[in-house]
Design a binder for this molecule. Structure first.
Ligand code: HEC
Ligand code: HEC
Length: 263
């Protein structure tokens, strides 16, 4: 028994019809699969924000509604109602991790924030932004790490070191000295700095400064508490460094989160 070779073959006309059908249905899907209602045109301030965004090439690293670079987080829904402008402005002005600092005037920053707020109102980002376990503002980095370590009962910071941490925070040492990474201008990471350091050498560098490190007008006791803090950090470095990874790493990327048009 032989089967007919052209039992399943289509005529040229049928193939063309099939292709036309595919084209039409794809067109319908492409133009109807995301909501377009609720769209309001940009005001002058927002338009200015978009100009600032473009002229500083923010889109090279950040996505808006999934479009843009993947070096930084998607910012479509970053400036929600509960978030303060200052929170983001501080990151933009001083940088964080791989985010460079931008020296922008206040008007530009306000415009950027107005624009980001407008973008947030324009809908939910698709794909859902990679959930970053985002590292906190530089000057608060240690505080948050140590709070998390406490919450999880990994370590608790003793009083003397806590005093040093408070001083570290008020003196803004963390804006230059990042935890577990070099600062923006290569300022040293101090998480292991206290392991072989005498009080005198610490006193000298803190009160007299060195290179680009400014002198801080602190007395003996204050330097001692800072030293106690740095010593405590050095002693608990493995635990803190493990936690820090959680802070600074993004969730892994899932292809299934991408909408069809990204393929
Ligand atoms: C070279 C790539 C790069 C450029 C250019 C860049 N960013 Fe970033 N940005 C990042 C990275 C990476 C992060 C995440 C930093 C971190 O927490 O480790 C980030 C974080 C941020 C955050 C904080 C996000 C959050 O969830 O806390 C804001 C806001 C931001 N960037 C705004 C901007 C703006 C506005 C511009 C343009 C003026 C810009 N960025 C340009 C890479 C970049
Ligand atoms: C403006 C940025 C800046 C600030 C703010 C700053 N530092 Fe520094 N710090 C530096 C730089 C840069 C160096 C490296 C100096 C050098 O190489 O001579 C340094 C070096 C140090 C060192 C020596 C590190 C080593 O291993 O040799 C210590 C300790 C130190 N800083 C502590 C502090 C403390 C404590 C504070 C807060 C009171 C502070 N720094 C604030 C920039 C800063």
């Amino acid at each position: 028994m032989t089967s007919s070779p052209d039992r399943f073959s289509l005529s040229r006309g049928q193939v063309l019809l099939l292709l036309l059908g595919c084209f039409l249905s794809l067109t319908v899907v492409a133009y109807s699969d995301y909501p377009r209602e609720g769209f309001s045109p940009m005001g002058a301030q927002e338009r200015r924000g978009l100009e600032v965004w473009r002229s500083n090439n923010c889109q090279v690293c950040h996505q808006i509604h999934g479009f843009g670079g993947f070096h930084g987080p998607d910012l479509t829904n970053r400036l929600t109602d509960g978030v303060l402008d200052d929170e983001l402005i501080q990151v933009i002005l001083s940088g964080r991790g791989r985010m460079p600092a931008f020296d922008l005037p206040d008007e530009d920053l306000d415009a950027l924030m107005a624009w980001l707020r407008g973008i947030n109102d324009s809908g939910r980002a698709q794909p859902e932004p990679l959930q970053a376990a985002i590292s906190p503002i530089a000057s608060m980095h240690f505080n948050e790490l140590i709070a998390l370590a406490g919450e999880r009962d990994l370590v608790t910071i003793p009083g003397s070191a806590q005093e040093g941490l408070d001083l570290w925070t008020t003196m803004q040492c963390g804006t230059c000295h990042r935890a577990f990474q070099a600062g923006l201008l290569r300022e040293p990471d101090l998480t292991a700095a206290a392991t072989d350091r005498s009080f005198e050498s610490l006193y000298q560098i803190i009160t007299e400064g060195s290179g680009r490190m400014p002198a801080a007008p602190l007395d003996d006791d204050q330097v001692r508490t800072l030293g106690a803090f740095l010593q405590w950090v050095a002693d608990n470095r493995p635990i803190l460094s493990e936690l820090n990874l959680e802070f600074t790493q993004y969730d892994s990327f899932r292809w299934s989160d991408l909408p069809w048009f990204e393929y």
